[in-house]
Design a protein around this ligand. Structure first.
Ligand SMILES: [Zn+2]
Ligand SMILES: [Zn+2]
Length: 255
């Protein structure tokens, strides 16, 4: 099992997960041309994809997903709530599958375990990807940490974890007050310390990779996210990978 981030942050998010010949793209917050270019950087052609999965309808995740699906005849998985706002975009020519009741489903060699998160979208879902033996947990776009979220992310071999902002940088920064309140609110985004608190609550014994994701370019710095997570993990800061907005990450192998 291996995974790579194509780019992460408020300008666009996408994550590629591969098990054998199954490749799933989680979110597509880039244009069709841009996502094609970023896939090529990882040695993947869009025709190599098995399915697209959408976490929620916000633009930084949705981007060119419908165009990518249409161009390459790729099926899309999403919750009913996410679909309801997008019916005009996902016309009947597209193969759309509903994630119902956050029940697990399989795409080829990958089993996906969706779970709900508190975020200001219609029915946001985040995912654990597993091949039966190894588990990759993904969590972005959550306003606060829930007990259910921690249960879902227990015993993962790799985690991609939102570190949206540093609380001090956000509150001392130039964003308008209502925007600050939305970001820091219970339906907004996780800050570095909340992500670190989540790491302290889950069973971390199998962790091989931790990727800090969805960093705000205004309200965070890679070294602040690394510092917060490394204290929780009792590791050196350079062990933590930070997913870059432009470069994403290279492939990470889960062994
Ligand atoms: Zn987002
Ligand atoms: Zn969002």
């Amino acid at each position: 099992m291996r995974f790579a981030c194509l780019g992460s942050g408020s300008q666009g998010n996408a994550l590629l997960v591969e098990v054998q010949h199954t490749r799933i793209l989680l979110d597509c917050g880039f244009s069709l041309a841009e996502v094609t270019r970023r896939l090529a950087r990882l040695g993947v052609d869009p025709t190599d994809l098995s399915a697209l999965v959408l976490t929620h309808e916000h633009d930084d995740h949705l981007g060119g997903m419908a165009r990518l699906a249409r161009r390459h005849r790729l099926p899309i998985w999403l919750t009913g709530g996410t679909f309801r706002g997008l019916e005009a975009l996902f016309q009947p020519d597209l193969e759309v599958h509903m994630v119902r009741g956050f029940e697990a489903f399989a795409v080829g060699d990958i089993l996906l375990e969706p779970y709900p998160v508190p975020h200001d979208a219609r029915e946001p879902a985040q995912y654990v990807f597993t091949d039966g033996a190894r588990r990759l947990g993904v969590l972005t776009d959550a306003g606060h940490v829930t007990a259910h979220m921690c249960r879902c992310l227990d015993r993962c071999d790799a985690l991609v974890l939102e570190c949206n902002h540093d609380a001090e940088l956000l509150w001392s920064g130039s964003y308008p007050e209502p925007v600050k309140q939305r970001i820091a609110g219970r339906l907004g985004h996780l800050d570095n310390e909340s992500a670190a608190a989540l790491l302290r609550r889950v069973d971390r014994r199998r962790l091989q990779h931790v990727v800090a994701a969805h960093l705000s370019q205004t309200n965070n710095r890679p070294e602040l996210a690394r510092a917060a997570l490394s204290v929780a993990l009792e590791c050196t800061p350079d062990w933590i990978t930070v997913a870059d907005q432009d470069l994403g990450t290279a492939w990470r192998h889960i062994v």
